[in-house]
Design a protein around this ligand. Structure first.
Ligand code: ZN
Length: 332
């Protein structure tokens, strides 16, 4: 689709303003900004280790912005340093999830707020009170004894029910198939990684409108970490095989209509690599516009942010014209 788009007082408009605007850009594409749907601003920050949590989160957010990311979701933090950034118009729009929630000893040391099983629903509401948006639950973890679920399915269901009742959304880190299944049954809003994802999960996620954030970019690092953890062979093989076939799962989920989003899991690695996750979508055989949408308009819609849309009110002064092919699929 090719059309003229006008900028009036910093907002998009589709009707030509009265004051004969200058053409500021011709024959390009308009994108509503890139989105990293999974980035931990506290971790792998460009700021020094002795910087404050806020400074570390700010430096990470700036690195994301420098890569073209105008919105991001932080599914879990060790320190809530990003809370201070929520209203900063010079940074990407940010949705946070408060602190990671895990049982004692069931996440990487020092990252999660450790809570007993029975108090997960209450503690999820505490994190929602901080984030105002999301809660993040660590659904499984591994030791040399193997990979196991962190919570009973009924605990996850109750946590999700309470978070939804309070108007929030809830995400889960899930590698194992039984944890993915429990999260689906519990109506979580997004499943992060979903490494050992099956076709029946994909169908159920579509039916329940649950988003899938595969974070393909970390597959090699995560696989190596699991391989070196000494977990039992059968489980190690299951997970390694799932990493090999991750692209097929992503392609299948996209074809099935699951909301599938690009997230880098920055924090495992550097911030600002969203382009590389888009490249993983392409390598998985996902169509180019869908791959870009997974890191832009699809993610913005999922997070409730506007696309390239008609401004609500129009004041005809200081306007400019952009002649561009609009790549977002919706006009309003
Ligand atoms: Zn993560």
């Amino acid at each position: 689709m090719v059309r003229d788009v006008f900028v009036v007082d910093g907002k998009f408009a589709f009707d030509e303003p009265d004051d004969d605007p200058d053409t500021t850009f011709d024959d390009g594409y308009l994108l509503p900004g890139l989105v990293d749907a999974h980035a931990h601003l506290a971790l792998f920050s460009p700021a020094p280790d002795d910087a404050s949590p806020e400074e570390r989160a700010r430096a990470s957010a700036q690195a994301q912005l420098d890569a073209g990311v105008l919105a991001l979701r932080e599914p879990g933090s060790p320190d809530n340093g990003s809370v201070a950034l929520l209203d900063d118009p010079s940074l990407p729009r940010i949705q946070i999830a408060g602190r990671f929630l895990a049982p004692r000893g069931r996440h990487f040391p020092g990252l999660a707020r450790e809570v007993p099983e029975d108090s997960l629903p209450d503690e999820a509401l505490v994190e929602l009170g901080t984030s105002g948006a999301w809660v993040k639950v660590i659904g499984d973890f591994f030791t040399s004894d193997g990979f196991t679920a962190n919570w009973r399915p009924e605990t996850l269901a109750e946590a999700a029910r309470r978070v939804h009742e309070a108007g929030g959304r809830i995400a889960i880190h899930a590698i194992l198939p039984d944890v993915i299944e429990a999260a689906i049954e519990a109506n979580f809003d997004s499943i992060e990684h979903a490494t050992v994802l099956r076709s029946d999960h994909i169908r159920a996620m579509k039916e329940r409108n649950i988003a899938y954030v595969p974070t393909m970019i970390i597959a090699d690092g995560a696989d190596a970490m699991i391989a070196s953890a000494g977990i039992p062979d059968a489980q190690a093989r299951m997970v390694t095989e799932a990493f090999v076939r991750q692209g097929e799962r992503v392609s299948e989920a996209v074809d099935a209509g699951v909301v599938t989003l690009a997230g880098t899991d920055a924090g495992m690695g550097p911030h600002g690599l969203i382009r590389e996750e888009i490249a993983r979508f392409l390598a998985a055989g996902v169509a180019r516009d869908v791959a870009l949408g997974a890191a832009s308009w699809t993610a913005r819609s999922f997070l409730g942010y506007p696309l390239i849309e008609r401004a609500r009110r129009r004041i005809s002064s200081r306007s400019g014209k952009i002649r561009a092919k609009r790549s977002a699929p919706r006009t309003s």
